[in-house]
Design a protein around this ligand. Structure first.
Ligand code: A2P
Length: 268
């Protein structure tokens, strides 16, 4: 039994939820996921983010976190990096079951079905923890009511960093309830760029060369019926947007749905 420092008793700031950690899973030295209880009154759309903090200071540090749960989940799931000196993640990575996590009351974001025009295929392009919002979107039945096929991609540096996404997809496909609406509509393409035998390419290269479509056995991108969401580092967003723009896609927003959407809330 490890000795735990008792949490200092700082008051919970006004207007935030104080929720309880229900599970924590560590994937690598730099990646972990956790689940917290869901406030009864909290509603969100799959793909949105919330501000998360810890009750460890008079004025806690809050950071934007994508909700990795679908909107029907009884708990709330998050997928996080561990930044060694990150003002929030240096503490957050040490959380354990039973600890308290603070959450602001309003969710928001552009990686939502509402910000896209109707279409047939939905591409979800992610690198690293950018897969988090899509973990909600691919587990939402509404996604499959609106799209005939959903193509999730994740690129990471290392193989072990793909575990969260691989388990997510495997579980969703085999789950009794989710497999009902997912059927064979969900495709997943995972690639590690800095190790491993398979597919060592960035998503941008995979799109440009057409390898992504060849490997999945599907037609290339076409703005007529394809829609896309992008989530990753600033560099990845920029480069992927360029490719979509060149193919005739147009960036949309909640107020102005179009053929692709990007989330910039997590970037620098
Ligand atoms: P690479 O290994 O070739 O740099 P990071 O940790 O730097 O955000 O990278 C996460 C993943 O995103 C890595 O696989 C990385 O590939 C890839 N990546 C980094 N920059 C870009 C970019 N501009 N376009 C597409 N993929 C990128």
């Amino acid at each position: 039994q490890m000795e735990r420092t008792p949490e200092p008793a700082f008051p919970i700031p006004a207007g935030v939820f104080a929720e309880t950690v229900t599970s924590v899973t560590h994937y690598t030295d730099s990646l972990f996921s956790f689940r917290i209880s869901r406030p009864q009154s909290f509603r969100f759309r799959s793909g949105e983010f919330v501000m998360i903090g810890l009750p460890n200071a008079e004025k806690p540090v809050f950071r934007a976190y994508s909700i990795a749960s679908p909107s029907w989940d009884e708990e709330l799931e998050f997928f996080s990096i561990k930044v060694p000196d990150g003002p929030l993640t240096e503490h957050l990575q040490k959380i354990a079951v039973g600890d308290t996590v603070l959450m602001r009351k309003k969710s928001t974001g552009t990686l939502v079905l509402d910000a896209l025009k109707p279409g047939k295929r939905l591409f979800l392009f992610s690198t690293g923890t950018g897969i988090a919002p899509f973990a909600g979107v691919v587990r939402d039945p509404e996604t499959y009511e609106k799209f005939e096929q959903v193509i999730l991609t994740q690129t990471c540096r290392l193989e072990a960093e793909l575990t969260y996404g691989r388990e997510l997809v495997a579980t969703a496909r085999s789950d009794e309830l989710m497999s009902e609406f997912i059927g064979d509509k969900l495709l997943f393409h995972a690639s590690a760029t800095r190790e491993g035998e398979t597919r060592r390419h960035r998503i941008t290269t995979l799109i440009e060369t057409g390898r992504l479509f060849d490997e999945l056995g599907i037609p290339p991108l076409d703005p007529t019926d394809d829609r896309a969401m992008i989530c990753g580092s600033m560099a990845m967003l920029k480069d992927t947007e360029k490719l979509l723009d060149a193919r005739g896609f147009v960036e949309g927003a909640n107020s102005r749905p179009d053929t692709y959407v990007v989330e910039r809330a997590f970037v620098d």
